[in-house]
Design a protein around this ligand. Structure first.
Ligand code: KPL
Length: 305
């Protein structure tokens, strides 16, 4: 199975590196930049969770017209870039099973409007691009994926097997929408608060104020998920467990705010607030967190730390 990985951010780099290290046919589809230059020159260095590190050769393609024929594509661009990336790489992805493992709501719908075969799921691995050409695997997590749209076939099972063999344990789920909501509820509990307070994930489990924020944001968003018919289980316990398990992680939203990049706020709290309005539900905590992140993002885009 030839797998394309769309997006050379932390998670795209990690997945492409682990697949390539396992010998799987892998192509990273990305934009030019210092990270891609370094991968071409020196390979991709993966700093593993056990402290070891290895450089692996990864094929990188930056020109959509030069992309090889792909059996599957893992979409890892930031959620706000999904539509543009899908349009840009449409030809390369047209015959592939296109799988989103991105954060947030709405990515699978965006892809399903463009491709025949769409899979969706979640991953809770922690990763960070530590330097150009270097990805640090900050924490081992779970990956789940299942069929979102298209024919019922063994594509999810085949992609899950390819990932699992490469050390990315992946389970096939029959209801990726529920898996996505579970991850969204964890993310709304952790991402905005850690980005705004500039703390590591564990602070939300350790400090009473962090814990209150997490609980309120998750409880509010969970009411929206339930209004959409999703069985969310005990989302507060789940978010607290993830905050504890990823205690030393710098959340992806904090990484984005600190790097002056656009965050995934619209696909997380923004989407929760919009869907809450559709169900006539209040969402003041998520609305406030969203506005604060938008403000922080706007300031950091203008160069104010
Ligand atoms: O997914 C994450 C993120 O940072 O986006 C969590 C689970 C919060 C881990 O950092």
């Amino acid at each position: 199975m030839h797998v394309g990985v769309l997006g050379a951010g932390s998670m795209g780099s990690l997945f492409a590196g682990l697949l390539a290290a396992d010998g799987a046919a892998t192509t990273l589809l990305a934009h030019e930049g210092p990270h891609v230059d370094a991968i071409r020159e020196r390979g991709l260095r993966i700093e593993c969770v056990d402290g070891s590190s290895d450089a692996v050769g990864v094929e990188v393609v930056t020109d959509p017209a030069a992309a090889p024929s792909l059996d599957a594509a893992l979409v890892f661009v930031k959620s706000h870039a999904t539509a543009d990336a899908a349009d840009e790489w449409r030809g390369a992805l047209a015959d592939a099973h296109v799988a989103t493992l991105q954060n947030g709501l709405g990515n699978a719908e965006t892809l399903a409007g463009r491709f025949e075969s769409v899979l969706a799921g979640t991953t809770s691995h922690g990763a960070v691009v530590a330097d150009p050409g270097v990805v640090r695997h900050a924490g081992v997590g779970d990956t789940r994926l299942g069929r979102w749209d298209g024919p019922t076939d063994d594509a999810p099972a085949r992609l899950a097997a390819t990932l699992s063999v490469a050390g990315i344990d992946t389970a096939v789920v029959t209801d990726p929408r529920t898996a996505l909501w579970h991850k969204v509820l964890v993310n709304v509990g952790i991402n905005a608060s850690t980005a705004l307070a500039r703390v590591e994930n564990g602070a939300l489990a350790e400090h009473a104020s962090g814990s209150r924020l997490l609980r309120r944001a998750v409880a509010e968003a969970a009411r929206v998920a339930r209004a959409e018919g999703v069985d969310v289980g005990d989302p507060i316990a789940e978010a607290v467990t993830v905050a504890e398990r990823t205690a030393s992680n710098v959340s992806s939203m904090r990484q984005d705010v600190e790097a002056g990049r656009e965050t995934e706020i619209e696909a997380l709290h923004g989407a929760v607030v919009a869907r809450a309005a559709e169900h006539d539900l209040p969402a003041p905590v998520n609305r406030t967190l969203a506005d604060l992140v938008r403000l922080a993002q706007a300031a950091s885009e203008r160069g104010h730390p």
